[in-house]
Design a binder for this molecule. Structure first.
Ligand code: HXC
Length: 261
């Protein structure tokens, strides 16, 4: 299922701003948006995490601007938005993918550990949406917030990420309501267990993989391509009347419980 399932160049003349767009799931989304014609700015704290993806996109004939910024720092986010608009003229699509994660029991987690993840995921999502608002208003653009299913039930060792992603889902719904009048659509994607990602490496040690797989009704782990396809659909005109939704892409996993073990 590696071929492009969508019409050629559906994002021609569109500009995307993708946080966390250097690696993992959001890296795939950035690459897929570029493959479908968008000019893409990718944002991460460390420029060295962006350079390989920028090179890949450019070598495939796309346009990519790597920008280093910490989504927790509003001034840095504003500057990244400014640099993108200077380079590409506008922003049509914002993908909030920057996220922090590690496994830790609530009883062991420091307040700063909890706050760090909430700051990256939740405050970071707000910061970037807020900084890009004027551009999205001009372009009647849209936002995709990358969420998770962890908080649909309770996922041990993930209290920080669960709280952070519940906040992200609230932001998705709130902005969909407040910014709908500007023609801005705001949606989310909640990936389940996706192979070959940093999240899976951190959350699912090799010995528990088989047990986890048995909890996925579709009988396989997700692929980054599955999330790319969901993002392309939500960003396309085919989703023109969809806003405020967080689309779960998990093969049915969470219906058997949100635990990753
Ligand atoms: C306990 C930890 C910890 C760990 C950090 N902290 N790692 N606590 N266990 N493994 C605590 C620190 O002790 C510190 O608190 C606080 O968090 C901040 O740590 P720093 O290292 O100073 O912060 P910073 O460098 O800003 O960021 C740390 C980080 C980040 C949040 C851990 O490096 C990170 O998450 N990187 C991973 C990125 C990633 O994998 N993204 C994909 C996410 S996947 P104290 O009290 O000591 O000062 C995802 C999907 C989820 O989100 C869905 C499931 C698949």
């Amino acid at each position: 299922m590696n071929k492009n399932l969508f019409a050629e160049n559906i994002f021609e003349n569109k500009v995307a701003f993708v946080t966390g767009g250097g690696t993992g799931i959001t890296g795939g989304v950035a690459r897929a948006l570029a493959e479908n014609g968008a000019k893409v700015a990718i944002i991460s704290r460390k420029i060295e995490n962006l350079e390989p993806m920028a090179k890949l996109i450019k070598e495939s004939g796309g346009e990519c601007l790597p920008v280093s910024a910490d989504v927790r720092d509003y001034a840095q986010v504003e500057s990244a938005v400014r640099e993108t608009v200077e380079q590409f003229g506008k922003i049509d699509i914002l993908v909030n993918g920057a996220a922090g994660n590690f496994l830790c029991e609530a009883s062991e987690l420091s307040p700063n550990g909890f706050g760090t993840v909430v700051d990256i995921d939740t405050k970071g999502t707000f910061n970037v949406a807020r900084a890009a608002f004027e551009e999205l208003k001009k372009s009647k653009g849209q936002i995709i917030n990358i969420s998770a299913t962890l908080h649909y039930a309770a996922t041990p060792m993930q209290i920080h990420v669960s709280a952070a992603k519940a906040g992200v889902d609230a932001i998705t719904r709130n902005l969909a309501v407040e910014w709908g009048k500007y023609g801005i659509r705001v949606n989310g994607i909640a990936p389940g267990p996706i192979e070959d990602t940093e999240g899976m490496k951190r959350l699912v040690p090799e010995p528990v993989k088989e047990k986890l797989l048995r909890k996925v009704p579709l009988g396989r782990f997700g692929r980054i391509k599955d999330i790319e396809n969901a993002a392309i659909f939500l960003c396309s005109d085919a989703a023109d009347f969809i806003s405020g939704v967080t689309l779960v892409v998990d093969g049915g996993h969470w219906l058997n419980g949100t635990s990753f073990s």
